[in-house]
Write a protein that binds this ligand. Structure first.
Ligand code: SAH
Length: 200
């Protein structure tokens, strides 16, 4: 394997953040399953005692992801749900009552190799991000990869960045990881909720 670059690309950086947050036995959510790469990564990290809930609106995405998980022997700890991620809170509380995720991962845009007309949309993405921020345990991370290259992608990235900027510093740490010298490079946003102190 070639050595990891000093400045890793966005997906490796997202995985590093997630890796740091996750422990065996945790609950993790993949908000955009797509081909299931992130789902498999999360399933590996939560281990046999953990649980991953994955959302996608496309049956073809869930089928591709399911095949990957079976092949890797990871399907026992994953629940794939055909639903928009904007229903994350309600569905997660049904599948994992009383549990909160340590991480929620979003990989926006269209599914590589799939129908490029089916993309995530700012309105539902922002609803889901709000839910993810509320659900994620303190010290965990919401990781969002935005792709400005496709139609509507730059608008969605800007909506995510604008929303992330409004999060009070007392509520969460918010970090942006961005290749600066390439046009239309993807952008990674990390949001790590703080412990909320009870008011005196
Ligand atoms: N752009 C990424 C992969 C994104 S896959 C890359 O290049 O690697 C994004 C997935 O989000 C698609 O499979 C799509 O079906 C799914 N999606 C679109 N809207 C959604 C929604 N509201 N809730 C959950 N998944 C959604």
């Amino acid at each position: 394997m070639p050595p990891e670059p000093v400045l890793p690309p966005v997906l490796s950086q997202a995985h590093r953040w997630v890796e740091r947050a996750l422990s065996p036995g945790d609950l993790a959510i993949d908000a955009t399953v797509g081909n299931g790469r992130d789902t498999a990564f999360l399933a590996d990290r939560v281990g046999p005692t953990g649980l991953v809930i994955g959302f996608d609106v496309q049956q073809s995405a869930l089928a591709a992801a399911s095949a990957r998980l079976v092949e890797l022997g990871l399907s026992d700890r994953v629940r794939l749900v055909r639903s928009g991620h904007e229903r994350m809170a309600e569905i997660a509380s049904g599948l994992a009552p009383g549990r909160r995720p340590k991480t929620v991962v979003f990989n926006l845009g269209y599914r590589p190799g799939g129908d490029r007309a089916i993309i995530t949309r700012p309105e539902t993405t922002l609803q889901a991000l709000g839910a993810a921020l509320d659900l994620t345990l303190p010290g965990g991370v919401v990781a969002v990869v935005c792709y400005p290259g496709h139609e509507g992608g730059a608008v969605e990235r800007d909506a995510v960045l604008d929303w992330a900027r409004t999060i009070p510093t007392t509520r969460a740490a918010v970090v942006v990881h961005q290749v600066w010298n390439a046009r239309l490079a993807p952008c990674l946003v990390g949001i790590s909720p703080h412990e909320t102190k009870p008011r005196p």
